[in-house]
Design a protein around this ligand. Sequence first.
Ligand code: SF4
Ligand code: SF4
Length: 227
Amino acid sequence: MQNYWLSDVNYQKSFIKRIRESAEKMADGSVDIPAAEKEYAEAMLGIVAKYGKLSDYDGNGIYVGYEPGSENENAKIGVKCGNCYLNESEKVCKIIKEEIEPNGLCRLAAIPDSLVNNTEKPEDDMEDEEEEEEDDLDDRLNDRQKKMYETYESIVEEYGIFDQSSKANGAHYAPAAKNPFIGEGMVCGNCVFFIGGGKCEIVSGNIEPNAICKLWIIPEQLIKVRQ
Ligand code: SF4
Ligand code: SF4
């Protein structure tokens, strides 16, 4: 998946500019927080005014679930105390007792959309997608192929991706023009490592959808037996 946040410098600059503008607005009280979110934040302030600041298991029955910056995987997209309407200062929150960090987060956050980088998916969504992908592979591959898949992935993690050569680190890649197995469906486009856009997870360089290499893992239902 292309990571716009890391790859597009102009995008980074415009996002940082947007964050600064919104942070300034927040500091001078003119932040454009949606009406419903503002009402929610004010309701929380009302609860705190009546019952005192909150913490987990304090008998108020409201679970705060604060996590420090080191555990908040969504800080990088702006979902963090530093952007929360309920943040009083770097270390103080208006509604929870615990000392906070700018990159921390609790489940009661009120963060204006304008401070969240929506082009990055929250970590939970990415984890869900990865789990779905794994479930999908579980359904499509047999046990031997699953083992091969795990093995190739761990080799690549330890030694880096294969090159296209026929040497020791090579995948023995055959471009489409030299692939004699196209008619049998044995092509990169059917391989579980093919990402699309000319890329493969485990082999470097431009990868053609109708090429093949010795590391192919193709679900059996996509392989046509030659008559
Ligand atoms: S995210 Fe939670 S802990 Fe952080 S400032 Fe907002 S309400 Fe307070
Ligand atoms: S066959 Fe699979 S592993 Fe080999 S280059 Fe093509 S996509 Fe990558």
